[in-house]
Design a protein around this ligand. Structure first.
Ligand code: SF4
Length: 365
């Protein structure tokens, strides 16, 4: 049975999307430039840079575009390389680009049980563009390939009057209600982060109640809770830009390495420790559920997402995403922890100074 060695939160920095959701982070940042950037390194080099030998074992890669992830043609080639290396992969999508999604058929049968597709259910846009049937037939297609999938809904004020409709269509089409994602306002990572709602937090939570979504409950539990425990981001988990090869320890860190440039070089191993630069664990449902902070007991990654009634996961994917990073990684010695904390304290100061500069520059414009 495969156990997770490392986790990579991967970004493809393309901002093209066929939908216009009111809560979209890209639209909030006015970055919807309709550009698909070329990769700085070919999918073959990316594959060679991310072998099990270099990474120490079987890893999990979650890929998301800044726009719709399936837009760039090279997505499938990258996924192909990762699966060829024996890794597990998630692709987050709006589920509407049928032609692009059909290319999943080129993935060999025996690799497909290591692939998961996270369908974001942008209900009102699907109605506006008459894409509801397309969305659900693409889920059927992914299921027929033998991949795992999940359906998730961004909780948003405009959905409140139609939540019952949303639930019943999902029950009918995918056998269970969607998992709920808390939607936040796009703000700086270093100032207060708020939910995108005109309601109180309690009201917001009550809208999600009938969906019984462990994903939502876990995210809300960790929302705006500053982490002070020893975190192994930078050693067990990373963020990776698939265009540039820039690997960062986590979102709020200046320390980075281009891991596609020299594929002989070892991957950096310097945990953030007790100096997390973020206001809270921004993607706790990924990082924390995989066990990046081993001193905190968390539900497994898969238990936050799977709907057993809908049979959304293959047994292989379910087993893999039930494993925790501590099962294949050793914790640091006391001395190594002290060194990591000292380095990270400096990194945190550098990151916050850098963000202040960026904000000042933006204000001047
Ligand atoms: S606690 Fe901080 S450093 Fe650790 S994964 Fe979460 S955001 Fe990243």
């Amino acid at each position: 049975m495969d156990k997770i060695k490392k986790f990579f939160e991967c970004l493809i920095p393309e901002t093209v999307c066929n939908l216009r959701c009111g809560y979209c982070y890209v639209i909030q940042r006015s970055q919807n430039t309709m550009k698909v950037p070329e990769l700085d390194y070919s999918p073959e080099i990316i594959g060679k840079a991310l072998t099990q030998e270099r990474l120490g074992g079987v890893c999990y890669f979650s890929i998301c575009g800044a726009g719709e992830t399936f837009v760039p043609d090279y997505l499938i080639e990258i996924v192909h390389e990762l699966l060829k290396n024996g890794h597990y992969v998630n692709i987050t999508t709006n589920g509407t680009l049928t032609k692009k999604m059909r290319r999943l058929e080129t993935i060999p049968q025996e690799w497909r049980s290591r692939l998961q597709i996270a369908f974001s259910f942008h209900y009102l846009e699907l109605i506006r563009l008459n894409l509801m049937e397309t969305f659900f037939s693409n889920i059927e297609f992914v299921k027929s390939l033998g991949c795992s999938y999940l359906v998730q809904l961004n909780l948003y004020d405009e959905y409140v009057p139609v939540l019952d409709e949303i639930k019943s269509i999902c029950m009918e089409k995918v056998g269970a209600p969607p998992q709920i994602v808390a939607t936040r306002k796009e703000t700086s990572l270093t100032s207060k982060i708020e939910l995108m709602t005109s309601h109180t937090v309690e009201e917001y939570k009550s809208f999600a109640q009938s969906f019984k979504s462990p994903l939502f409950d876990f995210t809300m539990k960790n929302f705006n809770v500053r982490r002070r425990e020893f975190c192994y981001a930078g050693s067990w988990t990373y963020t990776l830009n698939l265009k540039t090869g820039i690997l960062k320890r986590c979102y709020a860190s200046c320390i980075h390495q281009n891991i596609f440039e020299n594929i002989e070089k070892p991957i950096m191993d310097m945990a953030v420790g007790k100096c997390c630069g973020s206001l809270f664990c921004l993607n706790s449902s990924h990082f924390m559920s995989l066990g990046v902070i081993p001193s905190i007991k968390t539900p497994s990654y898969v238990s936050l997402r799977n709907r057993k009634d809908g049979q959304w996961y293959t047994p292989q994917m379910e087993e893999f995403l039930s494993s925790k990073l501590i099962e294949s990684n050793a914790e640091y010695s006391t001395l190594k922890k002290i060194v990591a904390n000292i380095i990270s304290a400096g990194d945190k100061v550098a990151y916050h100074s850098y963000r202040k500069l960026v904000t000042l520059k933006r204000k001047k414009k």
